[in-house]
Each structure stands twice: as C-alpha cells, then as structure tokens.
Design a protein around this ligand. Structure first.
Ligand SMILES: Nc1ncnc2c1ncn2[C@@H]1O[C@H](COP(=O)(O)OP(=O)(O)OP(=O)(O)O)[C@@H](O)[C@H]1O
Length: 432
C-alpha cells in the first residue's frame, strides 16, 4: 500500500473504513464537511494518528478526507447501521427525559452478541451521542478481555461526560476521572461465581454513584458484554447479569437464538443486525492490542512513568485461586470442600513475578493503622476484603534480583508504593 497522500470523497451516509497495523501509523485528516468516528465528531484539518486500529469514519451529509501512511486496507462502504444506531439514541433520549421528569433511574441497556459483531462500537456510539446531548451516562464494561475502560482482566464502569477521544479513547488521564474497576482474569467460565460477584460489586458502585447524583441517575447505563454470553454455557450467566444490573432492555446484535431465549425469559429485547463495516480480529491482533493498551497505561499522554527498586519485603502479593485450599481429609467431619470457592493465596516474592502486571488493591496490609490500632487478618478475612476491593492501579515488575532480594517496579506516576496488598493476575508483558 502506498504511503503517499490519498484523497477520499464520501457521499451522504457513507463510511470510510480502514485498518492499520499496531506498529504503524496512519494519518487521517477531515478536509471538508462533517464526519464522525462512532459518534465523536472529527475536527476539520486536524491530523489524527491511528495505530493498531480498525475503524469507520461516517458522514451524514458528505465530506472529504485525506490519508497518509501505511494501511492494511482502506475503502468507502455504504452499508451501515448508523440510522438504526441514531434511532436507538433517540429512544434512549426519550427515556432519559421521562426519567428526569419522574425523578427515577434512566434507561439501562445491555448490548449482547457474538465476537466481532460491533457491541463495543454500538456502546461507544450511544455514549457519544448521549454526551453530545449533554448527558452523562455510565459506560459499564463487563467483558474482562476487552480493557475498554481499564486494563484487560478487569470489569469496570465510568461516568462519561464528553465524547470519547478519537485518538486516546477512554484514557482515564485525558478524562481526569478514575474508572471503577475490579480485577477478575480472562475467562468468564473459569470462576463464574466470582465473576458474578464482581458484576454485583460493579452494580453496587454504580448505585452509589446514582444515589449521589440526580443527573447521572436519569442519564442511564450502557453495558458492553463478553461474547461468551451467547455461548450455551454463557446464557445463564447472561441472565444473571441482566438481573444483577437491573437491565431494562437488551440489544442483541445478529443472534436470533439469543433474542428468542431472552424474550421467552421475559426480557425486553431489541434485535439489530451487524453493521457491514465490522472487522474481525484474530488472537494475534488481540494480543498486540493488549500489549499496546498496557504500554499506554504506563507511558501514555500526560504520564510520568516512574521505576523504583524495592526490597522483596516491601511487596505482599496474593493470587486468585479457585477451590478449597485444604484437602477434604483435613477438614472437620461434615464440612464439604467447595470446588468453586475463591481464595486469595500467598505468592512468595520471587522470580515468578518477573514481567507481571500486579493489581494494586485498596486493602491495607496488616499492621498498625493511623490511629495506632493493630490490624491482623485471618486468611478468610483477607480473601473477603480482596474480593470486595476495586483496583487502585497497576504496577509492572521489570526486574527481579533473587540474590539481593530486590525488584524494580514501574508505575505510571512517581510516588511510593502504597502499603496495600498487590494481586498477581494473568497479565504478563515485556516492556520493549
Ligand atoms: N463501521 C465500521 N467500520 C470499520 N471498522 C469497524 C466498524 N465498526 C466496528 N469496526 C471495528 O470492528 C472491530 C470489531 O468491533 P467491536 O469491537 O465493536 O466488536 P465486538 O462485538 O465488541 O467484539 P468483541 O466481542 O471481540 O469484544 C473493532 O476493531 C471495531 O473498531
């Protein structure tokens, strides 16, 4: 593909679609007319830079674009779902107006569908149109693989006050608001009970926000979900998530079977087709994007990444383990082992932490608190506290020296490490 400048003239209701490799940069400039990226308006004559993206820039009334740099593909498409998405937005607007008048909760919408059907894209579009109408909806991402709001591995929510940034997306630094995130891991079938417990934690965090702010309350919630929800094993989890989050309406993209199952279960369902532009992404693409996301977390715009060397004794690490710790023979007579129970078990600080991303929890370490009280936990108390704790942040272990019993810890900003528990998840990364 040529890296020279290319010009594109789009007629009304057309979309310019492109794909760019994670390690290459494509520049896109709107030179005439109006255009938007999933509902966020583009500025005229600004050179937007994209890396590792598959996107579609849509115009309602026609526009001209200019691109330069290498792209995997670029073309103009006319089969879009933008009219349906806009109608959906207006339906939400009506419900918000009604909710405000009656001083009650705004619409709670969940988007469901198989992999690469455009769930996240629709969630972003509805959020963007909402914020363009001065709404402040809550975006809730319960797909632990996606890392839409926080790092992959988490489920999270965030009040969105303005359209999502075209280049930086939902970078919390740009937004100057911290998301609420809970660390889970990747596979929702692995620890189903724990997953639903965290969805419930998210629900509680959202309810607290809604109780404290009438405006947020009437502006509603948009929930993006994992594609596993439409698998046979996922349907019950989907139904429970709908109940927990008190969803009013489920938008099902391109899946009649799920629409019918949910309708039969008494849920309010809207069926939508998949948009013509949706691009599929393979495992390698997802891995590369995950690495890019992690890099942005530590080295992104407005951050001051900071490395410090700490002693093994300065960091207390736990890991999420499924199943009872003690063998059944060691339990008191009559007590059953629960294969689904979740425990946060001790990890010896060692080489095993090298290249790990650690979750920084809010749970204070045992010891003396600010008031001089001595605080100690049993393993069960520790687990209960860690299950309830949302994510304070993440650090990266870049070096481990077993002989000197020291390691190098990278954080996105300077500052001493908090005296809280750290949790080792599944994320490994090579800072290169
Ligand atoms: N109209 C479009 N033109 C070009 N690319 C698009 C368009 N709509 C969506 N995409 C891209 O297609 C890919 C898949 O879309 P999206 O992430 O919304 O799907 P998803 O159903 O949420 O996927 P998953 O289940 O894997 O999370 C994304 O890279 C997205 O940016």
């Amino acid at each position: 593909m040529s890296v020279k400048k290319r010009e594109w003239t789009l007629k009304p209701n057309e979309e310019f679609r492109f794909e760019v490799e994670p390690k290459q940069t494509l520049t896109v400039k709107l030179t005439e007319g109006k255009a938007e990226l999933f509902g966020t308006e583009l500025a005229v004559d600004y050179e937007y830079q994209f890396q590792g993206k598959k996107l579609g820039i849509f115009t309602w009334h026609g526009c001209k674009l200019e691109t330069s740099g290498p792209a995997i593909s670029e073309y103009i498409g006319s089969e879009t779902m933008m009219n349906e998405h806009l109608n959906m937005h207006f339906a939400l607007e009506n419900l918000r107006i009604q909710a405000k008048k009656e001083n009650r909760n705004g619409p709670r919408v969940m988007i469901v569908g198989s992999s690469d059907t455009g769930k996240t894209t629709l969630a972003k579009t509805l959020i963007n149109y909402g914020t363009r109408h001065q709404r402040t909806p809550i975006l809730c991402d319960i797909d632990p693989k996606s890392g839409l709001i926080s790092l992959p591995g988490t489920i999270s929510c965030m009040v969105i006050t303005r359209p999502i940034d075209v280049e930086e997306e939902l970078n919390a630094n740009i937004y100057k608001t911290s998301p609420i995130a809970y660390y889970y891991g990747s596979n929702i079938f692995d620890k189903q009970e724990f997953y639903l417990l965290l969805v419930n934690n998210i629900k509680d965090s959202i309810e607290k926000k809604l109780d404290n702010d009438d405006k947020i309350r009437s502006d509603g919630i948009i929930v993006d979900t994992p594609c596993e929800f439409v698998e046979q094993q996922g349907i019950e989890i989907l139904k429970e998530a709908i109940e927990l989050l008190k969803i009013d309406c489920v938008i099902v993209i391109g899946n009649e079977r799920i629409s019918s199952i949910l309708t039969q279960a008494g849920k309010s369902v809207i069926k939508l087709q998949k948009s013509g532009g949706i691009a599929s992404r393979d495992k390698i693409w997802h891995r590369q994007i995950q690495a890019k996301r992690i890099k942005e977390y530590f080295y992104g715009k407005d951050l001051t990444p900071f490395s410090q060397t700490v002693s093994f004794n300065d960091i207390i690490v736990r890991q999420i383990k499924k199943g009872m710790l003690a063998p059944s023979s060691a339990l008191p007579i009559g007590m059953e082992t629960n294969p689904n129970s979740i425990n946060f078990v001790k990890i010896e600080t060692s080489e095993i932490l090298l290249h790990s991303i650690l979750v920084v929890s809010f749970v204070p370490l045992p010891g003396t608190d600010d008031e001089g009280n001595i605080k100690l936990y049993t393993p069960e108390e520790e687990t209960e506290l860690l299950k309830k704790s949302n994510v304070c942040g993440f650090v990266y272990i870049s070096e481990v020296d077993e002989v000197k019993r020291k390691m190098t810890v990278l954080g996105p900003n300077p500052g001493r490490l908090p005296k809280t528990f750290f949790v080792m998840g599944e994320l490994k990364w090579l800072d290169s």
